[in-house]
Every structure is written in structure tokens, then in C-alpha cells.
Design a protein around this ligand. Structure first.
Ligand code: SF4
Ligand code: SF4
Length: 369
């Protein structure tokens, strides 16, 4: 039986969230890996340098509650993430400062990973990739805790606990992974490999506020009033996705897990999904990727595509640098797309600091979804 603890939580209140986490771990029957002395890597979703109030990243109060709970269990904690784009110590420090992680570390005594070292790890029973390159700190930790944010996502439809672990792959190597696996089902298998390697002993989803619309970075915050906790990341995502109106077969990682026979049927403990669920506006995305249009010729003719909103663009070039297909050039400090090379990964949209990239969709997609 795979338990998922779902609890109504309306405020970013440290004590209340810590109380919920403590009770949730008890309801799960304890987490053996979280033993005294264990070195635990906590992996929040720190997609980009953004103020937490924009709800693109895991809220620092949720992260702090997780850290304090782990410390109360006798664990030592290191906070780490690697957002897309270049991976340097300076950029990591800036990321931690702006997303509130530096303050969490200062208040709790947790360490912040500022090392950009990586290691290759083997995964003999991989679905997709037998070798993974991950941050060294992740390989050296005794166990990993995923602290994701419930959001819509242009590529995978939804992001929560499993997709969050993609950040264990350092910096620009994520761009390479998109280029290597442009097909969403192959890319999803890679995400499952990362989860299988990381084996997060605990997953927590910040759903007090989620993001709807053009997630994971260009959408709008929306109150959801939920915290989700499980020792199984896929089960956690089944519930997180259901809370914002997605069935498992609509979410790339969950569909992939179901096809591979590794998707558990969660038993929800606490509040019911129905009592908290809402229907979030979905991210604009490709009809073919979503499996809405199965005829490949027609699907190609009506593909969605990234476009730039010139009034917002400041010409920083982050989109160009993050493009795995090398489908973007900067002309007069504005991106120009070469759609013949575009693999519709939407990294450019995800990583544009000005939310200047939008996804254009054929009109009928709006009522097909
Ligand atoms: S679209 Fe965004 S990422 Fe690209 S150059 Fe403009 S501001 Fe920078
Ligand atoms: S243009 Fe954007 S969506 Fe297309 S391949 Fe590049 S990053 Fe991905």
C-alpha cells in the first residue's frame, strides 16, 4: 500500500507546516533512511532566480519546515539545486539568495551546495540511460528528499516531485538531455531513470500556492491550500496532479511510469482530493506531445511553437544559450527562431527571466484541451 498524506494548509506558517510534516512522517510509518547522523540532500524546485512570492520556486517556509523536521530527526541537511542554464558558484549563490534559501540556511544551519562538481553514476537497470551525470553532492548524500512545487508545465503538463529531480543533473547538461531525447516519452523515461537513481526517501509538494497557465515559469500563482507528502515520488505526483485537474495519463512522467508498470495506486490519507481539487489552466503545449493528435502529418502541420513578446525581451540571450536544438539566434538583440530545428522542449520559455517567450497555439487547441 502506497500512502500519500494530503493536508489542507492555507498559510506559509512554519510551525503549522512542521507539525503537518511531523504527523505525515508518523502516518507513513516513519522513514528508515532518515536516521540520526544521515546526510540528507534536500532538493527544492529552484527553477530560476525569482522572489518566492511569484511561486515559481518552492516556498522557503516549506523548505525550512522540511529542514527543521529532518534536523529534529538527527539528520544533517544540505540544500542543493541546479537550475537550467550555466552552472557556476556565483550563479548558485545568487539563486539561493533570491529564492530565500540563503536565509533558510542561515536560520537553520543547513549547508548550501555551491560546488559545481559532478560525477557519473551507473544505472544498470535503466529505462533509458545507463549512465547519468549528477551533482557530486547528490551522489555523496545518504538520501535525497524532493521538495517540489505543484505547477503546470509546457512539456510534461505537470511538475511536482519526479520532474523536480531533473535538477540533480548539473546546469547545461539538462539542455543536452533535451537534445538527446527530444521525444517526450523517451525524455520521460530519462526522468524516471533519475528518480530511480535518486530514490528519494521522502517527497513533499508545496501546493499552498501552485502555478497555473504557462508553467513552469510564465504562469500565474493560484492558491491551492495543499501539502502533499509521501515516501513514493510517483504516488505523490498522482495526487499533486489530481489536485490541479490532471489524470495520470495526461502527465508525461505518470503516463510513462504506468506504461512501465511502476505507477503505484496511492491510498490518500488526511484530506480528500475532492475537497481540495481545482482545475488549473493548463500550459499551452504541443498537440502531438500531449497525444491529442495522433496523426503525425496533421500534428506536424499544426504544431505549437515558442514566440517572443518583443516588448518584454531585454536581449539577454538566456533563451539562445538554453536551446538544445540550436534553434535560436539573436538578431538585433532579439531571438529569432528557426523552427525546423525546434524540438518543442520549451526550455527557452522556462528560462527566460522576463517571461518574454510564449507558446503560440493553433486556435482549436484551446478547446481540444
Ligand atoms: S526572450 Fe527572454 S531570454 Fe530571450 S533574449 Fe529576450 S529576455 Fe532574454
Ligand atoms: S526554440 Fe525553445 S522550444 Fe525550440 S528547441 Fe529551442 S529551447 Fe526548445
Amino acid at each position: 500500500m502506497t500512502k500519500v498524506i494530503l493536508r489542507r494548509c492555507e498559510e506559509y506558517d512554519l510551525k503549522e507546516i512542521q507539525r503537518i510534516l511531523h504527523e505525515s512522517i508518523e502516518q507513513l510509518g516513519g522513514i528508515p533512511a532518515l536516521r540520526p547522523g544521515a546526510k540528507v540532500l534536500v532538493k527544492p524546485n529552484l527553477l530560476m532566480r525569482r522572489d518566492p512570492d511569484r511561486h515559481t520556486t518552492t516556498h522557503p517556509v516549506v523548505v525550512e519546515a522540511v529542514v527543521r523536521q529532518l534536523q529534529a530527526m538527527g539528520c544533517s541537511v544540505i540544500l542543493a539545486d541546479s537550475p537550467g542554464g550555466p552552472f557556476t558558484e556565483g550563479l548558485l549563490r545568487g539563486l539561493y539568495a533570491l529564492t530565500g534559501m540563503e536565509d533558510v540556511a542561515n536560520r537553520t544551519g543547513a549547508s548550501l551546495n555551491c560546488s559545481t562538481e559532478s560525477v557519473e553514476v551507473e544505472l544498470p537497470d535503466a529505462y533509458q540511460s545507463h549512465m547519468l551525470t549528477v551533482m557530486r553532492c547528490a551522489a555523496e548524500a545518504d538520501c535525497i528528499v524532493s521538495v517540489g512545487k505543484i505547477k503546470t508545465h509546457g512539456l510534461t503538463a505537470y511538475t511536482g516531485a519526479v520532474k523536480n529531480l531533473f535538477g540533480l543533473v548539473p546546469g547545461m547538461l539538462k539542455v543536452d538531455a533535451h537534445a538527446r531525447y527530444p521525444d517526450i516519452s523517451e525524455f520521460s523515461k530519462l526522468l524516471l531513470d533519475i528518480e530511480r537513481w535518486a530514490q528519494p526517501c521522502l517527497s513533499v509538494l508545496d501546493g499552498i500556492f501552485g502555478m497555473e497557465g504557462a508553467g513552469p515559469s510564465g504562469g500565474s500563482p493560484r492558491r491551492l491550500n495543499a501539502l502533499v507528502v509521501s515516501d513514493n515520488a510517483h504516488a505523490c505526483d498522482v495526487v499533486g496532479a489530481a489536485l490541479i485537474g490532471f489524470a495520470p495519463e495526461e502527465v508525461a512522467t505518470l503516463k510513462c511510469a504506468a506504461n512501465l508498470g511502476v505507477l503505484p495506486v496511492p491510498v490518500v490519507v488526511g484530506d480528500s482530493v475532492d475537497s481540495l481539487a481545482q482545475r488549473f489552466r493548463r500550459a499551452p503545449a504541443d498537440a502531438a506531445a500531449r497525444g491529442i493528435l495522433t496523426n503525425p502529418i496533421f500534428a506536424r502541420m499544426v504544431r505549437s511553437k515558442p514566440v517572443v513578446k518583443k516588448s518584454r525581451c531585454v536581449g539577454c540571450g538566456a533563451c539562445m544559450r538554453s536551446c538544445p536544438g540550436k534553434a535560436i539566434e539573436l538578431v538585433d538583440k532579439r531571438p529569432r527562431f528557426h523552427y525546423e530545428n525546434c524540438i518543442r522542449c520549451y526550455c527557452c520559455q522556462e528560462l527566460c527571466p522576463q517571461t518574454a517567450i510564449e507558446v503560440w497555439q493553433p486556435f482549436f487547441m484551446k478547446w481540444l484541451r
